[in-house]
Design a protein around this ligand. Structure first.
Ligand code: NDP
Length: 318
């Protein structure tokens, strides 16, 4: 089996030479898998040189001595960038039963998987989003952001999204976002945010961090809520960014800001995945995937995702 290893710890933006493909011996099979892979934007923080790259995959069980996983069934496997894997079952989650035939299984890595759950929990548990409120989300055309905005619409909110290309902005409008703009081409981010919602924002779903976040803070409404999901604009920094400092906005507007990891609510994942699946089958939640073909193209697809190549979930088909 093949595996992609982190050869050198990333310094700044990842380079092709930071990755290395290795062959792994597979011992006698207990459970086996063949899969489609995803990338996670924050993998770098959790890896050291020599580790297999972190990633989840939809995998087909091809050999099994474990009665919980029958041959031919599909699982979401948290097994890294590997072409085949042997597992004792601990890092495998069966795909929800009665998965509709017309819905691609790879959606279990996107809107009906960890990114969808992240969107749902950030909005419901942290933002406590209510109908009629105004919601802002950045990296809005990505795996998490596109679900955030659509759940905002399902809940009867006014949704503003921003993304890094005109094609992505057009996609956000197609998804039903009320306002969308390209943060790379607007002259002033502050003005673009004000234009999109003159009265400000009740909730802010934060994927980007850094300067973007600094521009949003003054435009939060009193008692606004901020779900800090990610800070992708900072992941490749070699020198940490500083300030501006946000305390005055936090105090005088009495804002609530909370970071979260989606696994905090994993005890309700099964019910939550069913809600997401129902929205997809009802046509209320649309998903797009950015599919790269071939295991050998994993590093290129990962670097492309960090550069914003993807509309929707970045997936590699093996
Ligand atoms: P995406 O599919 O959204 O892909 C990343 C996107 O981020 C790119 O397409 C790009 O879009 C945007 N981006 C990249 N660099 C910058 C930058 N410097 N400034 C602004 N935007 C940038 O990724 P995910 O949906 O998988 O993840 C979104 C965020 O959520 C990430 O920060 C990730 O780490 C986080 N996350 C957190 C979880 C949690 O449990 N807390 C779980 C899952 C994800 P564009 O063209 O718009 O710039």
């Amino acid at each position: 089996a093949k595996a992609w290893i982190l050869r050198h710890q990333f310094v700044g933006f990842p380079k092709a030479s930071d990755f290395e493909m290795k062959l792994e011996e597979l011992p006698d099979p207990k459970d086996g898998a063949r899969f489609v892979l995803i990338h996670r934007a924050y993998s770098r923080a959790r890896m050291k040189e020599g580790d297999v790259m972190i990633g989840r995959q939809v995998a087909k069980v091809i050999v099994s001595k474990n009665p919980a996983f029958s041959v031919g069934s599909y699982v979401v496997a948290n097994c890294g960038w590997r072409s085949f894997v042997l597992s004792d079952g601990t890092e495998l989650t069966p795909i929800v039963s009665d998965w509709p035939k017309d819905i691609p299984l790879s959606f279990a890595l996107g809107a009906i998987g960890m990114p969808g759950l992240t969107a749902l929990y950030g909005l419901e548990e942290i933002c406590q989003l209510k109908a009629g409120e105004t919601l802002l989300v950045n990296a809005a055309a990505g795996a998490v952001g596109s679900v955030v905005g659509q759940i905002g619409k399902i809940k009867g909110c006014r949704v503003v999204g921003c993304a890094g290309s005109d094609a992505k902005v057009a996609y956000l409008k197609e998804l039903g976002f009320d306002q969308a703009f390209n943060y790379k081409t607007v002259g002033s981010l502050e003005e673009a945010l004000r234009e999109a919602s003159a009265e400000g924002y009740d909730c802010y779903f934060e994927n980007v961090g850094g300067e973007f976040s600094s521009a949003v803070m003054p435009q939060m409404k009193p008692f606004g809520r901020i779900a800090v999901c990610g800070s992708i604009s900072l992941y490749n920094d070699t020198v940490p960014q500083t300030g501006p400092y946000i305390h005055a906005h936090m105090i005088f507007k009495q804002l609530k800001m909370e970071g979260f990891l989606c696994h905090r609510w994993s005890y309700k994942n099964e019910e939550s995945l069913r809600r997401l699946l129902a929205w997809v089958t009802e046509g209320k939640l649309r998903c797009q995937e950015h599919i790269t073909q071939g295991f050998e193209n994993m590093p290129a697809a990962f670097m492309g995702m960090l550069q914003g190549d993807n509309i929707g979930k970045a997936v590699v088909q093996v």
